[in-house]
Each structure stands twice: as structure tokens, then as C-alpha cells.
Design a protein. Structure first.
Length: 253
């Protein structure tokens, strides 16, 4: 339920609660979702907070909001059905190209309200003191992805000792003996900011594909990353059965 003493925004607490119930299959695809007023009373928050949460769930693909008709449950085919945990370094190598990465910045950071507003997934870490690493990933020297990642403080500092030019972050985790249990992933699109556009050599406002991932090891959050890709360079392939996704993998195009 909602804890108004937490730093996490109320709309995100509502969104997380409802997302868990949607993932559990509490409502069927196409079913009419309870109205906004119901959730205002259930969570004890404002209608603005509820609308913000439901609009975010609609943006992620869980809900379809239709003016004058209501809100309907949708099949969520992206974040819940991607299958294997892929590594973009490996995908570039499979194309016969050479991957490399350049360290843009690294710093210790505190998870406060402003940072949580931008990256709510950081709430999953056990500590509010994290280490941020930002990398520019290249394919044959051409920039294709800007990666902003957050780690437990000491793990992030240890990772910084490795050579990013030839190893991906997940190669480094393997070398450290850290086994990933799984991940939660959301994929969306956005317009490139001036800073992102400059790094990826795009026009400001050009479309970029954004992949947000939260990785776990031993049931603890170990990495929260935001990947911003050239939209023209990256796509996802899914193989679906009538009831569920059988497999899925990221593909550079």
C-alpha cells in the first residue's frame, strides 16, 4: 500500500502496486479496469496522483485509456516477455563488428527525491548511496548507445577498475563471479535531449529507443541501467504463442 512518509513519489507507489497486480493476472486482457475514483478511495490519494500512475501504466502498455469509455487492460508484450538476458557487446560481435566503450563519467551519488523522480527503479536498492557509471558504447567506432548505470557503492567502485574498452559491464560481472538471477525491463521511445543527441551524433529531438533494466543477483538489486539507442539501429524480435511469449532477443539491425 501507500506510505506517505517514503521519499518515493506517491504516483510511483500506486503504479508499482497496480503493476504487480496486473503482472499477477488479476485482470484479463480487454477487461474494463476499475475507474480512477475507485483507486483514489483505495489508496487515499488525489485524483491527479491516480491519473499520473494510470497514464504511466498506459505508456508502458499495461492499460488502454479511452476518453468516454474507460480504461481497459492490455496484454503487456514487452517488459514481461523478452526472454533471455542479452548483452549488446555480444550482439555487436555476432554481426562481425567490434564493440568498444568510452567512460563518460563516474561518481558517487545519493538517491534523493529528484533522482527518484527521474529513475524510480533506484528505490529497489538497499542503500541510498550508489555509484553511477556512464558509458558511450560504439560499434566499429560509431556511437550507438549511451548507458547510464547505477550500482551498490563498493561494487561500482570495483567495476571502475576494469577496462571498458574491451569488456561489457556484464563481462565484468562474470569476471567478478557475480551471477545474475534475472531482470525487470521496460522499453520505450523518447526524443533525444541535446546532451544525448551530442553523444550519439543525432539531431536534437531525434527518436531514441530507451531500455531500462533492473538486474538482480541473489535476490538483491545490483544494477539499474538506462540504455539509449539509435532508434534506427536497434529493434526487438519476439516469438509468441497464443498464450505467452516463448522467446525473445534484442537484435541490432
Amino acid at each position: 500500500m501507500i506510505d506517505k512518509r517514503r521519499a518515493l513519489p506517491l504516483h510511483y507507489q500506486v503504479m508499482e502496486s497496480l503493476r504487480r497486480r496486473l503482472m499477477a493476472g488479476e485482470w484479463r486482457h480487454g477487461q474494463l479496469f476499475p475507474p480512477d475514483k475507485h483507486w483514489v478511495e483505495t489508496f487515499g490519494v488525489s485524483v491527479t496522483t491516480v491519473r499520473h500512475a494510470l497514464n504511466e501504466l498506459a505508456r508502458e502498455g499495461w492499460l488502454l485509456r479511452q476518453a468516454g469509455k474507460g480504461t481497459f487492460v492490455q496484454t503487456h508484450a514487452v517488459a514481461s516477455a523478452m526472454g533471455a538476458l542479452t548483452d549488446i557487446f555480444d550482439e555487436i560481435r555476432l554481426r562481425g563488428a567490434r564493440p568498444s566503450a568510452q567512460l563518460i563519467r563516474s561518481e558517487k551519488c545519493q538517491v534523493g527525491e529528484e533522482l527518484l523522480q527521474r529513475h524510480p527503479g533506484l528505490e529497489r536498492f538497499e542503500s541510498i548511496t550508489l555509484f553511477m557509471i556512464e558509458l558511450l558504447l560504439c560499434m566499429d567506432s560509431r556511437p550507438v548507445c549511451l548507458i547510464e548505470s547505477y550500482w551498490p557503492l563498493e561494487l561500482g567502485r570495483e567495476i571502475l577498475k576494469y577496462n571498458f574498452s574491451e569488456q561489457s559491464l556484464h563481462d565484468i560481472l562474470d569476471a567478478m563471479g557475480i551471477v545474475r538471477d534475472g531482470a525487470e525491463q521496460i522499453i520505450r521511445a523518447e526524443a533525444a535531449s541535446r546532451r544525448v543527441a551530442a553523444h550519439l551524433e543525432l539531431d536534437e529531438g531525434a527518436p531514441v529507443l530507451v531500455m531500462e533494466r533492473l538486474f538482480y543477483a541473489c535476490d538483491r538489486a545490483v544494477e539499474y541501467s538506462i540504455h539509449r539507442h539509435h532508434a534506427a539501429d536497434y529493434s526487438y524480435e519476439l516469438r509468441l504463442s497464443p498464450k505467452c511469449a516463448l522467446s525473445g532477443r534484442g537484435i541490432l539491425t
